[in-house]
Design a binder for this molecule. Structure first.
Ligand SMILES: Cc1cc2nc3c(=O)[nH]c(=O)nc-3n(C[C@H](O)[C@H](O)[C@H](O)COP(=O)(O)OP(=O)(O)OC[C@H]3O[C@@H](n4cnc5c(N)ncnc54)[C@H](O)[C@@H]3O)c2cc1C
Length: 552
């Protein structure tokens, strides 16, 4: 923890040094003593402290200073640190003016210069002020700070990105006093949100995801041009492949569009993954996997979307983030799936403003005492309901079918039945979302009764129909009608190998329609949509990469 500051401002360097020296002697161990020679200088120092999340306990300013007098300085300093105690330093001749000023501005004390001996005139005053400041309870904020609007999509995306990467952050609403103070310290107005401030005080206004990633120390560009193996996608399949690839000596890079973890990273509790009898949060599981991959020497790039792929001789080249290229001997596609957008009117406009796709964990705390709705009947929806029920007043799961039995695991159905504030509305369809700036109401259609009703709702989480992330592949790789990637024997039509196949062997089990390119996890046609199978396929794909590299 950094020490809180005592800031002194005096334009006379000799006096300024003397104040700082006396303060340091008594308070230097517990407080940083910061000295400035003008009001502007002092405000600059205060802004830096604010951006770094530091604290200011006491401000001392000389009354008579040329550009900005002490009163004006203290007034502006209060905007940044309202709890800091304020002292005006005055010469005897200025006492009356100072007293008058104190009545106008909220100054705690004035001190006559010189204050010798400090033991009598300076220390008792500062000690009393420090005690008053400590009682006010200012806290250091050493984490990343995000200032934004609660119902804004870009602000949500930044928070979601940080949360998924397990970067601790503090959130400040732009229309609340501390949020305004941070914006002010960074020299920005409300139009600059989301504002991201790193622990060392570096402020980024409306940054891109890769700017945020770089600022918080996540890699976004590869260290070399050529690798043995490029893995695209950082969900369980990609992370599994990265751990096995790097541990088996392949020069491996994993390229992830957003944050590692994929869908699993959104899961509040995975209870059926081998070795975790009490369950594990998806974020924890995948963060450990990322560290494990790093430990074996795999490079992990985040906020780095892959946008194209081509074959150049024996090399496989991927294009990322518009202009970057990485070449490799082999590629594993592990880009997974995401939920299909709901088409009901109003949903698109309110997405990120109360409507979220598969992101219950990030928003859970904000759901406190609100009415939450979930669309979907699979395990992901059930887990989200169980988790959100801890915060929300009520959680309603909307299901089109007449029960959850066919789509959700038995253990989850039992769990939900035992939670008082969760209810399952079967044969119910969402037909419209309403809200001015953020979600306020939903219109539901009861298919059985044939009736409609509009209910108040603050949050809606959507978990329906998965779609594979393969649109960026163009025609390079054979896929089924829904876009899932064919591999192995699925590629053999009546025993014939895929068009353009140039090897005198059939495609290996997880190999795609181009030799040396493999697919693993949910993105693969006919895959089992589970964490364990994705991890297993990632590991298996690495074994097949070895076989491919050996010339088979
Ligand atoms: C909320 C929730 C709860 C779940 N709970 C369970 C459970 O309890 N048990 C269980 O077994 N399964 C569960 N599942 C399913 C499980 O999470 C998935 O089966 C698993 O994550 C699939 O892993 P994957 O690596 O194949 O794909 P994904 O997890 O979808 O990961 C794919 C990754 O690829 C990235 N990507 C996509 N396109 C690109 C691109 N162009 N460039 C770079 N990167 C790209 C994505 O950003 C993503 O990070 C749950 C799913 C959800 C959503």
């Amino acid at each position: 923890m950094t020490r809180p500051a005592i800031v002194t401002v005096d334009d006379d360097p000799a006096v300024s040094r003397a104040v700082a020296r006396d303060l340091r002697r008594r308070f230097g161990e517990q407080y940083q003593i910061i000295r400035a020679v003008s009001g502007d200088d002092g405000l600059h120092a205060l802004r830096e402290i604010k951006l770094r999340g530091g604290r200011v306990a006491v401000l001392l300013a000389d009354y008579r200073m040329p550009q900005m007098n002490g009163i004006a300085f203290l007034e502006q300093a209060m905007d940044l640190f309202p709890n800091a105690r304020r002292v005006l330093l005055t010469a005897y001749a200025d006492t009356d003016a100072a007293i008058q000023a104190i009545n106008v501005v909220d100054v705690d004390h004035y001190l006559l210069k010189p204050w010798d001996p400090p033991e009598e005139h300076l220390y008792p005053v500062i000690e009393a002020l420090l005690e008053a400041w400590r009682a006010a309870g200012d806290r250091e904020v050493a984490d990343v700070k995000v200032v934004g609007h609660r119902w804004s999509t870009p602000s949500y995306k930044v928070r979601d990105f940080l949360a998924r990467n397990l970067v601790p952050y503090r959130w400040f609403a732009a229309d609340e006093p501390e949020g305004r103070r941070i914006l002010d310290a960074a020299g920005h107005g409300p139009e600059a949100v989301p504002l991201v401030v790193t622990p060392d005080g570096h402020a980024l206004a409306a940054p891109t995801q890769s700017e945020v990633a770089a600022a918080v120390g996540l890699s976004t560009v590869p260290e070399r041009d050529f690798y043995d193996l490029v893995i695209i996608g950082g969900g369980p399949a990609g992370l599994g492949a990265a751990v096995y690839g790097a541990s088996e000596g392949l020069r491996t890079v994993l390229v992830e569009k957003r944050a590692t973890g994929g869908q699993a990273g959104q899961s509040s509790r995975i209870e059926n993954y081998l070795g975790f009898p009490d369950g594990v949060s998806g974020a924890q599981l995948t963060e450990r996997a990322r560290r494990q991959a790093n430990r074996f020497g795999a490079e992990v790039l985040t906020a780095c979307p892959v946008v194209g792929m081509e074959v150049r001789g024996s090399g496989r080249v991927i294009r990322y983030a518009e202009t970057g290229e990485i070449s490799a001997h082999a590629v594993i596609l592990a880009t997974g799936v995401s939920y299909r957008p709901l088409t009901a009117p109003g949903v698109a406009e309110l997405t990120g403003r109360g409507v979220y796709y598969g992101s219950a964990a990030t928003e859970a705390a904000a759901c406190r005492d609100t009415d939450v709705y979930i669309v979907g009947g699979a395990n992901a929806a059930g887990q989200a309901a169980a988790y959100l029920a801890r915060y929300a007043r009520s959680v309603s799961i909307l299901v089109r079918g007449d029960s959850l039995e066919r789509s959700m695991s038995y253990y989850l159905i039992q769990q939900l039945a035992a939670i008082e504030n969760v209810r399952v509305l079967t044969q119910t369809e969402l037909v419209e979302a309403h809200g001015n700036g953020h979600l306020e109401e939903l219109t539901l259609h009861d298919r059985k009764a044939g009736t409609r009703r509009t209910v108040p709702a603050t949050y809606l989480f959507v978990f329906i129909g998965a779609e594979p992330h393969t649109e960026w592949l163009g025609d390079t790789i054979a896929r089924d009608g829904r876009g899932f990637i064919y591999t192995g024997t699925d590629l053999l039509s009546g025993g014939a190998r895929p068009p353009g196949w140039d090897r005198d062997r059939d495609p290996l089990y997880l190999e795609c329609s181009v030799p040396g390119i493999f697919a693993a996890g949910d993105v693969r046609a006919n895959s089992v949509k589970r964490v364990a199978s994705a991890v297993g396929e990632g590991a298996m794909a690495v074994t097949l990469v070895h076989r491919y590299l050996e010339g088979n």
